[in-house]
Design a protein. Sequence first.
Length: 401
Amino acid sequence: MKTLLVQESDWLVKGPHQQHHLMEKLALRGHLVRVIDYEIQWRQTKNGFYSRRQFYASINKIYDGAKVDVVRPGILKLPVCDYLSLVITHQKELAFQFKDFRPDVIVGFGILNTYLAAAAAKRSGLPFVYYLIDALHTLIPAKVFHSLGRTIESSALRMADKVVVINRKLQDYTVKMGAPREKTHVIAAGVDFTRFRLNIGGDEIRGRYGIQQKDTVLFFMGWLYKFSGLKDVLLALAKTDSPGLKCLIAGEGDAYEELAEISRQHNLQDRVIFTGQRPYEEIPELIAAADICLLPAEPTEKIMQDIVPIKLYEYMAMAKPVISTNLPGVRKEFGEDNGVVYVERPEDVVPKAIELVENGRLAELGQKARRFVERNSWDKVTDEFEALLKEAIYEKRSTQP
Protein backbone atom coordinates (compact mmCIF):
# COMPACT_ATOMS: atom_id res chain seq x y z
CA MET A 1 0.00 0.00 0.00
CA LYS A 2 1.30 3.45 -0.95
CA THR A 3 0.20 6.30 1.32
CA LEU A 4 0.70 9.98 0.53
CA LEU A 5 0.28 12.27 3.55
CA VAL A 6 0.01 16.06 3.44
CA GLN A 7 0.40 18.42 6.37
CA GLU A 8 1.10 22.10 7.06
CA SER A 9 3.79 21.53 9.64
CA ASP A 10 7.47 20.61 9.64
CA TRP A 11 7.78 16.82 9.65
CA LEU A 12 11.44 16.95 10.62
CA VAL A 13 11.39 19.47 13.47
CA LYS A 14 7.92 19.31 15.02
CA GLY A 15 6.64 16.35 16.98
CA PRO A 16 6.68 13.42 17.05
CA HIS A 17 2.93 13.58 16.71
CA GLN A 18 0.20 11.07 15.91
CA GLN A 19 1.10 10.96 12.24
CA HIS A 20 4.77 10.21 12.90
CA HIS A 21 3.88 7.13 14.93
CA LEU A 22 1.32 5.87 12.42
CA MET A 23 3.36 6.46 9.28
CA GLU A 24 6.54 4.95 10.70
CA LYS A 25 4.61 1.94 11.98
CA LEU A 26 3.09 1.48 8.51
CA ALA A 27 6.55 1.77 6.96
CA LEU A 28 7.84 -0.93 9.31
CA ARG A 29 5.03 -3.17 8.04
CA GLY A 30 6.31 -2.83 4.49
CA HIS A 31 4.02 -0.07 3.24
CA LEU A 32 5.46 2.83 1.26
CA VAL A 33 4.91 6.26 2.81
CA ARG A 34 5.61 9.70 1.38
CA VAL A 35 4.89 13.02 3.11
CA ILE A 36 4.41 16.51 1.67
CA ASP A 37 5.16 18.96 4.49
CA TYR A 38 5.60 22.68 5.08
CA GLU A 39 8.40 24.65 6.74
CA ILE A 40 6.13 26.21 9.33
CA GLN A 41 8.98 27.81 11.31
CA TRP A 42 10.53 29.63 8.35
CA ARG A 43 10.30 32.95 10.21
CA GLN A 44 12.74 31.67 12.84
CA THR A 45 15.19 30.30 10.25
CA LYS A 46 14.67 32.82 7.47
CA ASN A 47 17.36 32.58 4.81
CA GLY A 48 16.42 34.55 1.72
CA PHE A 49 12.94 35.18 0.39
CA TYR A 50 12.36 31.84 -1.31
CA SER A 51 13.01 28.23 -0.41
CA ARG A 52 13.63 25.59 -3.05
CA ARG A 53 11.96 22.21 -3.14
CA GLN A 54 13.70 19.67 -0.92
CA PHE A 55 13.49 15.88 -0.71
CA TYR A 56 14.47 13.92 2.38
CA ALA A 57 14.74 10.17 1.90
CA SER A 58 14.18 7.43 4.49
CA ILE A 59 13.43 9.64 7.50
CA ASN A 60 12.51 8.28 10.91
CA LYS A 61 11.96 10.18 14.15
CA ILE A 62 10.85 7.37 16.46
CA TYR A 63 11.35 3.81 15.27
CA ASP A 64 14.66 2.48 13.99
CA GLY A 65 14.33 0.98 10.53
CA ALA A 66 11.25 2.98 9.53
CA LYS A 67 11.67 4.78 6.21
CA VAL A 68 9.43 7.72 5.35
CA ASP A 69 10.23 10.00 2.41
CA VAL A 70 9.52 13.70 2.96
CA VAL A 71 9.00 16.26 0.19
CA ARG A 72 9.03 19.97 1.01
CA PRO A 73 7.84 22.20 -1.85
CA GLY A 74 9.37 25.66 -2.08
CA ILE A 75 7.54 28.74 -0.81
CA LEU A 76 7.92 32.51 -0.74
CA LYS A 77 9.24 33.43 2.71
CA LEU A 78 7.05 36.48 3.21
CA PRO A 79 3.98 36.86 5.43
CA VAL A 80 0.75 35.88 3.63
CA CYS A 81 2.79 35.18 0.49
CA ASP A 82 3.98 31.95 2.10
CA TYR A 83 0.46 30.51 1.99
CA LEU A 84 -0.35 32.01 -1.38
CA SER A 85 2.76 30.39 -2.84
CA LEU A 86 1.88 27.15 -1.05
CA VAL A 87 -1.28 26.91 -3.14
CA ILE A 88 0.83 26.90 -6.30
CA THR A 89 3.79 24.79 -5.23
CA HIS A 90 1.83 22.17 -3.28
CA GLN A 91 -0.72 21.76 -6.04
CA LYS A 92 2.11 21.24 -8.49
CA GLU A 93 3.76 18.76 -6.11
CA LEU A 94 0.53 16.80 -5.68
CA ALA A 95 0.19 16.44 -9.44
CA PHE A 96 3.78 15.22 -9.65
CA GLN A 97 3.40 12.73 -6.80
CA PHE A 98 0.20 11.31 -8.27
CA LYS A 99 2.22 10.42 -11.40
CA ASP A 100 5.57 9.55 -9.80
CA PHE A 101 4.64 7.91 -6.48
CA ARG A 102 1.21 6.71 -7.65
CA PRO A 103 -0.38 6.54 -4.17
CA ASP A 104 -3.22 4.20 -3.29
CA VAL A 105 -4.65 6.56 -0.66
CA ILE A 106 -4.23 10.21 0.39
CA VAL A 107 -4.24 11.27 4.06
CA GLY A 108 -4.61 14.92 5.09
CA PHE A 109 -3.49 16.47 8.40
CA GLY A 110 -3.72 20.17 7.49
CA ILE A 111 -6.15 22.71 6.07
CA LEU A 112 -5.02 24.41 2.87
CA ASN A 113 -2.83 21.74 1.31
CA THR A 114 -5.27 19.12 2.61
CA TYR A 115 -8.08 20.83 0.70
CA LEU A 116 -5.87 20.77 -2.41
CA ALA A 117 -5.15 17.07 -1.81
CA ALA A 118 -8.83 16.27 -1.29
CA ALA A 119 -9.79 17.99 -4.55
CA ALA A 120 -6.94 16.32 -6.45
CA ALA A 121 -7.87 12.91 -5.04
CA LYS A 122 -11.48 13.41 -6.09
CA ARG A 123 -10.45 14.31 -9.65
CA SER A 124 -8.15 11.27 -9.82
CA GLY A 125 -10.58 8.79 -8.30
CA LEU A 126 -8.33 8.15 -5.27
CA PRO A 127 -9.61 7.70 -1.70
CA PHE A 128 -9.01 10.63 0.62
CA VAL A 129 -8.89 10.30 4.42
CA TYR A 130 -8.99 13.43 6.58
CA TYR A 131 -7.26 12.87 9.94
CA LEU A 132 -7.92 15.50 12.61
CA ILE A 133 -6.09 15.78 15.91
CA ASP A 134 -7.21 19.40 16.47
CA ALA A 135 -9.95 21.83 15.55
CA LEU A 136 -7.59 22.99 12.86
CA HIS A 137 -8.90 26.41 11.83
CA THR A 138 -8.66 27.60 15.45
CA LEU A 139 -4.88 27.11 15.28
CA ILE A 140 -4.40 29.73 12.57
CA PRO A 141 -2.29 32.46 14.26
CA ALA A 142 -4.13 35.39 12.64
CA LYS A 143 -7.71 35.26 13.88
CA VAL A 144 -8.85 37.30 10.88
CA PHE A 145 -8.32 34.13 8.80
CA HIS A 146 -10.28 31.80 11.11
CA SER A 147 -13.50 32.13 9.13
CA LEU A 148 -11.77 31.38 5.84
CA GLY A 149 -9.90 28.49 7.42
CA ARG A 150 -13.15 27.09 8.79
CA THR A 151 -14.73 27.22 5.32
CA ILE A 152 -11.77 25.42 3.70
CA GLU A 153 -11.60 22.82 6.48
CA SER A 154 -15.34 22.18 6.21
CA SER A 155 -15.11 21.76 2.42
CA ALA A 156 -12.33 19.19 2.77
CA LEU A 157 -14.32 17.31 5.40
CA ARG A 158 -17.29 17.09 3.05
CA MET A 159 -15.07 15.72 0.28
CA ALA A 160 -13.44 13.07 2.47
CA ASP A 161 -14.20 9.39 1.94
CA LYS A 162 -13.40 8.81 5.60
CA VAL A 163 -12.64 11.07 8.54
CA VAL A 164 -10.51 9.97 11.49
CA VAL A 165 -10.46 11.76 14.85
CA ILE A 166 -8.67 10.90 18.07
CA ASN A 167 -11.52 11.44 20.55
CA ARG A 168 -15.29 11.56 20.73
CA LYS A 169 -15.61 15.31 21.32
CA LEU A 170 -13.59 15.94 18.17
CA GLN A 171 -15.99 13.61 16.33
CA ASP A 172 -18.86 15.90 17.34
CA TYR A 173 -16.84 18.83 16.01
CA THR A 174 -16.26 17.23 12.59
CA VAL A 175 -19.93 16.35 12.22
CA LYS A 176 -20.87 19.91 13.08
CA MET A 177 -18.37 21.04 10.43
CA GLY A 178 -20.13 18.96 7.77
CA ALA A 179 -18.62 15.47 7.87
CA PRO A 180 -21.25 12.70 7.67
CA ARG A 181 -21.21 10.88 11.02
CA GLU A 182 -21.20 7.48 9.31
CA LYS A 183 -17.91 8.37 7.64
CA THR A 184 -16.29 9.55 10.87
CA HIS A 185 -14.23 7.10 12.91
CA VAL A 186 -12.65 7.51 16.35
CA ILE A 187 -9.17 6.01 16.64
CA ALA A 188 -7.65 7.04 19.95
CA ALA A 189 -4.08 8.18 20.40
CA GLY A 190 -1.54 5.51 21.24
CA VAL A 191 1.34 4.85 23.58
CA ASP A 192 4.65 3.18 22.85
CA PHE A 193 4.82 0.89 25.89
CA THR A 194 8.32 -0.25 25.00
CA ARG A 195 9.39 3.35 25.57
CA PHE A 196 7.01 4.45 28.34
CA ARG A 197 7.77 1.71 30.86
CA LEU A 198 6.93 1.61 34.55
CA ASN A 199 10.44 0.45 35.46
CA ILE A 200 12.00 3.71 34.26
CA GLY A 201 13.23 5.83 37.12
CA GLY A 202 13.44 9.59 37.41
CA ASP A 203 16.34 9.87 39.87
CA GLU A 204 18.86 10.95 37.23
CA ILE A 205 16.58 13.76 36.03
CA ARG A 206 15.83 14.91 39.56
CA GLY A 207 19.52 14.93 40.37
CA ARG A 208 20.38 16.83 37.20
CA TYR A 209 17.99 19.66 38.07
CA GLY A 210 18.64 19.74 41.81
CA ILE A 211 15.31 18.21 42.82
CA GLN A 212 15.32 16.45 46.20
CA GLN A 213 13.59 13.14 46.78
CA LYS A 214 11.25 14.80 49.30
CA ASP A 215 10.18 17.44 46.75
CA THR A 216 6.85 17.21 44.93
CA VAL A 217 7.23 17.85 41.20
CA LEU A 218 4.48 19.22 38.94
CA PHE A 219 5.37 18.49 35.32
CA PHE A 220 4.31 20.05 32.03
CA MET A 221 5.68 19.27 28.58
CA GLY A 222 4.91 20.63 25.15
CA TRP A 223 4.73 23.90 23.29
CA LEU A 224 4.38 26.86 25.65
CA TYR A 225 1.30 28.58 24.26
CA LYS A 226 0.00 31.78 25.81
CA PHE A 227 -3.17 29.89 26.70
CA SER A 228 -1.33 26.98 28.34
CA GLY A 229 -2.34 28.26 31.79
CA LEU A 230 1.21 28.01 33.10
CA LYS A 231 1.33 31.73 33.96
CA ASP A 232 -1.46 31.27 36.49
CA VAL A 233 0.13 28.06 37.79
CA LEU A 234 3.41 29.87 38.51
CA LEU A 235 1.65 32.82 40.14
CA ALA A 236 -0.26 30.39 42.37
CA LEU A 237 2.99 28.61 43.17
CA ALA A 238 4.52 31.93 44.26
CA LYS A 239 1.72 32.34 46.82
CA THR A 240 2.45 29.06 48.58
CA ASP A 241 4.94 28.62 51.39
CA SER A 242 5.85 25.09 50.24
CA PRO A 243 9.48 25.27 49.02
CA GLY A 244 9.37 21.54 48.25
CA LEU A 245 6.62 22.01 45.66
CA LYS A 246 8.36 22.52 42.31
CA CYS A 247 7.35 22.89 38.68
CA LEU A 248 9.33 21.21 35.89
CA ILE A 249 8.55 22.60 32.43
CA ALA A 250 9.90 20.86 29.32
CA GLY A 251 9.37 22.75 26.09
CA GLU A 252 9.66 26.08 24.37
CA GLY A 253 7.26 28.50 22.74
CA ASP A 254 5.52 31.85 22.69
CA ALA A 255 5.01 32.09 26.46
CA TYR A 256 8.56 31.22 27.52
CA GLU A 257 9.86 34.75 28.12
CA GLU A 258 6.79 35.73 30.14
CA LEU A 259 7.05 32.58 32.28
CA ALA A 260 10.77 33.11 32.84
CA GLU A 261 10.10 36.72 33.89
CA ILE A 262 7.45 35.61 36.40
CA SER A 263 9.96 33.14 37.82
CA ARG A 264 12.53 35.92 38.25
CA GLN A 265 10.11 38.48 39.67
CA HIS A 266 8.78 36.09 42.30
CA ASN A 267 12.12 34.45 43.15
CA LEU A 268 11.00 31.06 41.92
CA GLN A 269 14.29 30.10 40.28
CA ASP A 270 14.75 27.23 42.75
CA ARG A 271 11.15 26.05 42.33
CA VAL A 272 10.50 26.48 38.60
CA ILE A 273 12.81 24.57 36.28
CA PHE A 274 12.83 25.17 32.52
CA THR A 275 14.52 22.35 30.60
CA GLY A 276 13.88 23.74 27.12
CA GLN A 277 12.94 21.33 24.36
CA ARG A 278 14.25 17.86 25.12
CA PRO A 279 14.80 14.83 22.85
CA TYR A 280 11.84 12.48 22.59
CA GLU A 281 14.01 9.67 23.98
CA GLU A 282 14.27 11.59 27.27
CA ILE A 283 10.54 12.18 27.75
CA PRO A 284 9.81 8.95 29.71
CA GLU A 285 12.52 9.83 32.24
CA LEU A 286 11.18 13.37 32.59
CA ILE A 287 7.70 12.04 33.29
CA ALA A 288 9.13 9.46 35.69
CA ALA A 289 10.76 12.30 37.64
CA ALA A 290 7.36 13.92 38.20
CA ASP A 291 4.77 13.31 40.89
CA ILE A 292 1.84 14.98 39.12
CA CYS A 293 1.47 15.92 35.44
CA LEU A 294 -0.42 18.95 34.22
CA LEU A 295 -2.75 20.15 31.49
CA PRO A 296 -3.73 23.57 32.89
CA ALA A 297 -4.96 25.14 29.65
CA GLU A 298 -7.35 28.07 29.73
CA PRO A 299 -10.78 26.36 29.73
CA THR A 300 -12.38 29.10 27.62
CA GLU A 301 -9.79 28.85 24.82
CA LYS A 302 -11.55 27.62 21.66
CA ILE A 303 -8.51 25.65 20.52
CA MET A 304 -8.70 23.39 23.58
CA GLN A 305 -12.42 22.62 23.64
CA ASP A 306 -12.49 19.48 21.51
CA ILE A 307 -9.01 17.98 21.65
CA VAL A 308 -7.12 15.48 23.78
CA PRO A 309 -3.35 16.07 23.56
CA ILE A 310 -1.32 12.92 23.02
CA LYS A 311 0.86 13.81 26.01
CA LEU A 312 -2.00 12.91 28.34
CA TYR A 313 -1.73 9.28 27.25
CA GLU A 314 2.03 9.36 27.82
CA TYR A 315 1.62 10.89 31.28
CA MET A 316 -0.90 8.21 32.20
CA ALA A 317 1.16 5.38 30.73
CA MET A 318 3.87 6.24 33.26
CA ALA A 319 1.28 5.86 36.06
CA LYS A 320 1.18 9.57 36.83
CA PRO A 321 -1.98 11.33 38.00
CA VAL A 322 -3.00 14.27 35.84
CA ILE A 323 -4.52 17.57 36.91
CA SER A 324 -6.38 19.14 34.01
CA THR A 325 -8.65 22.11 33.67
CA ASN A 326 -12.23 21.15 32.91
CA LEU A 327 -11.87 20.80 29.14
CA PRO A 328 -14.87 19.19 27.38
CA GLY A 329 -12.81 16.90 25.16
CA VAL A 330 -10.65 15.63 28.01
CA ARG A 331 -13.58 15.04 30.35
CA LYS A 332 -15.59 13.24 27.67
CA GLU A 333 -12.63 10.99 26.83
CA PHE A 334 -11.39 10.11 30.31
CA GLY A 335 -14.51 10.59 32.42
CA GLU A 336 -14.28 10.42 36.19
CA ASP A 337 -12.06 8.35 38.47
CA ASN A 338 -9.59 7.29 35.77
CA GLY A 339 -6.55 9.14 37.05
CA VAL A 340 -7.47 12.60 35.72
CA VAL A 341 -8.51 15.19 38.29
CA TYR A 342 -10.30 18.31 37.05
CA VAL A 343 -10.10 21.92 38.22
CA GLU A 344 -12.04 24.90 36.93
CA ARG A 345 -9.16 27.36 36.51
CA PRO A 346 -5.39 27.10 35.96
CA GLU A 347 -4.76 28.84 39.30
CA ASP A 348 -6.58 25.98 41.04
CA VAL A 349 -3.90 23.48 39.96
CA VAL A 350 -1.48 24.22 42.81
CA PRO A 351 -3.99 23.96 45.71
CA LYS A 352 -5.40 20.79 44.13
CA ALA A 353 -1.90 19.29 43.91
CA ILE A 354 -1.27 20.09 47.58
CA GLU A 355 -4.60 18.48 48.48
CA LEU A 356 -3.76 15.28 46.57
CA VAL A 357 -0.35 15.03 48.25
CA GLU A 358 -1.79 15.60 51.71
CA ASN A 359 -4.50 12.99 51.09
CA GLY A 360 -1.93 10.43 49.92
CA ARG A 361 -3.82 9.76 46.67
CA LEU A 362 -1.01 10.04 44.10
CA ALA A 363 -0.19 6.33 43.79
CA GLU A 364 -3.87 5.31 43.61
CA LEU A 365 -4.63 7.87 40.90
CA GLY A 366 -1.51 6.93 38.97
CA GLN A 367 -2.49 3.27 38.86
CA LYS A 368 -5.97 4.17 37.61
CA ALA A 369 -4.42 6.31 34.89
CA ARG A 370 -2.16 3.48 33.74
CA ARG A 371 -5.02 0.97 33.63
CA PHE A 372 -7.12 3.31 31.51
CA VAL A 373 -4.52 3.68 28.74
CA GLU A 374 -3.16 0.13 28.71
CA ARG A 375 -5.43 -0.72 25.75
CA ASN A 376 -3.90 2.06 23.63
CA SER A 377 -0.69 0.57 22.27
CA TRP A 378 0.55 2.07 19.00
CA ASP A 379 0.49 -1.38 17.43
CA LYS A 380 -3.24 -1.72 18.16
CA VAL A 381 -3.93 1.84 16.96
CA THR A 382 -1.96 1.16 13.77
CA ASP A 383 -3.96 -2.05 13.21
CA GLU A 384 -7.17 0.02 13.24
CA PHE A 385 -5.77 2.73 11.01
CA GLU A 386 -4.26 0.30 8.50
CA ALA A 387 -7.58 -1.55 8.25
CA LEU A 388 -9.42 1.74 7.68
CA LEU A 389 -7.03 2.76 4.87
CA LYS A 390 -7.44 -0.60 3.16
CA GLU A 391 -11.21 -0.31 3.48
CA ALA A 392 -11.14 3.17 1.93
CA ILE A 393 -9.08 1.87 -1.00
CA TYR A 394 -11.37 -1.13 -1.52
CA GLU A 395 -14.55 0.94 -1.37
CA LYS A 396 -13.23 3.51 -3.81
CA ARG A 397 -12.06 0.90 -6.30
CA SER A 398 -15.28 -1.10 -6.03
CA THR A 399 -17.38 1.92 -7.03
CA GLN A 400 -15.32 2.76 -10.11
CA PRO A 401 -16.32 1.41 -13.54
